[in-house]
Design a binder for this molecule. Structure first.
Ligand code: ATP
Length: 370
């Protein structure tokens, strides 16, 4: 089972109550985060939330103002970057423009005083790994963006660090190439059996590559979990809203019988039933449901059923694989519902101004208390 669920397992990397201040500004705020060997871990959050600063403290480019970063249980305090078994690949790639691909990859090994024959073998191994063997003699400007990215990757892996740090590594690539490269990165990480830590503000990227994601906001970590847990069981409105699309209704909680909890929205009178049990009943709570968990129907349900609401189609976006509907409820609230286009849409089944019924299961959404 997963190392983060194993109480006997100690982490490879451990950020322990790490704070980083720049003057009065708190860039990283008491972060506690264990990362395990062979994990692909993502730091995800909006621009300026402190994710790069957190990563730079592991690389040794910044020292914590308070707290400690441990590797294998040992403090990294005072250990210079080049002495840490960690390598960072930058978004800019920082390739030497006048050096060939192989010289770029060999650079760090040469500086470390590795024997020439060994360097040759290692460079060949790395270029094979990223499928650039036939480009060894080219200069960076003679390569495509994707190839340059792979040179940078080969160079940062050449010393076989224990941890590879990736700072927005795919930002410069177009969408298709970026998606393909995300899968290549996960394959590579599994093949090498290495620990990867990636910084990204792109939630799809984090969900594609990572085993676990730490969602950050204003220097603090809001939730650490697997992609599906983050998406299906967000711990707060912040996380729910940051990841993907979601509808959120505020209301008060009424504990019901038989394991059913109700949320009543005061303005619309909407009553939502869930099977979620709460440890404590808060004054206010929020019901959050993803657009794809709503069923959209042109027919009124035959019997008065719970978790049903009607409204008018206000807007439609046809995206090919899915259609997004904006449904205006009678109280004016606009709800987003997504349906998968599982058959070829020859005729549009639902159009503007149609009255539709939205319905959902008791287990489809989640009550959030903060
Ligand atoms: P982005 O995705 O835009 O890179 P980020 O989440 O990686 O954002 P950081 O680069 O970690 O954010 O920066 C966090 C905050 O700390 C920002 O407000 C930034 O301006 C500030 N900051 C970072 N480095 C320094 C520095 N050397 N001196 C002063 N402030 C800094």
């Amino acid at each position: 089972f997963a190392p983060w669920d194993d109480p006997d397992r100690s982490p490879l990397i451990h950020f322990k109550s790490v704070t980083k201040r720049f003057g009065d500004f708190v860039a990283v705020d008491r972060v506690d985060l264990p990362i395990y060997e062979r994990e692909f871990h993502a730091l995800l959050g909006p621009s300026g939330c402190g994710k790069t600063t957190l990563m730079r403290m592991l690389a040794g480019f910044e020292e914590p103002s308070e707290g400690d970063v441990l590797l294998d249980g040992r403090s990294l305090k005072g250990v210079p970057p080049y002495r840490r078994p960690v390598n960072m690949m930058f978004q800019s790639y920082a390739l030497f423009p006048h050096m060939s691909v192989e010289k770029n990859v060999a650079f760090g090994l040469k500086q470390d005083g590795m024997a020439k024959s060994e360097i040759g073998d290692r460079v060949a191994e790395m270029l094979k790994l990223v499928r650039l063997e036939q480009f060894a003699k080219r200069k960076p400007h003679q390569l495509s963006g994707g190839q340059r990215q792979r040179v940078a990757l080969a160079r940062s892996l050449a010393k076989k660090p224990r941890v590879l740090l990736l700072d927005e590594p795919l930002g410069a690539l177009d969408k298709k190439l970026r998606e393909a490269t995300q899968f290549e990165l996960t394959d590579l990480q599994v093949e090498l059996g290495m620990t990867f830590l990636i910084v990204t503000h792109d939630q799809e990227e984090a969900m594609t590559v990572a085993d676990r994601i730490a969602v950050m906001d204003q220097g603090a970590i809001r939730q650490v979990a697997t992609p599906s847990e983050i998406y299906e069981q967000p711990s707060s409105r912040y996380v729910a809203d940051f990841i993907g699309d979601i509808n959120i209704v505020e209301g008060r909680i009424e504990p019901g019988a038989n394991g059913v909890t109700r949320l009543v929205a005061p303005d619309s009178g909407l009553v939502i039933e869930t099977e979620q049990t709460l440890d404590e009943i808060p004054e206010t709570a929020w019901y959050a449901i993803r657009p794809e968990k709503l069923r959209v129907s042109l027919d009124e349900p035959s019997e008065a059923s719970v978790n049903t609401v009607s409204g008018e189609i206000w807007d439609i976006a046809y995206l090919g694989d899915v259609s997004i509907y904006h449904v205006k409820l009678d109280d004016g609230t606009v709800v987003r519902a997504t349906t998968a286009n599982t058959t070829r849409l020859v005729e549009r089944p639902i159009s503007w101004d149609d009255r539709v019924w939205l319905s959902w299961d008791r287990t489809a959404g989640i009550i959030l208390t903060r």
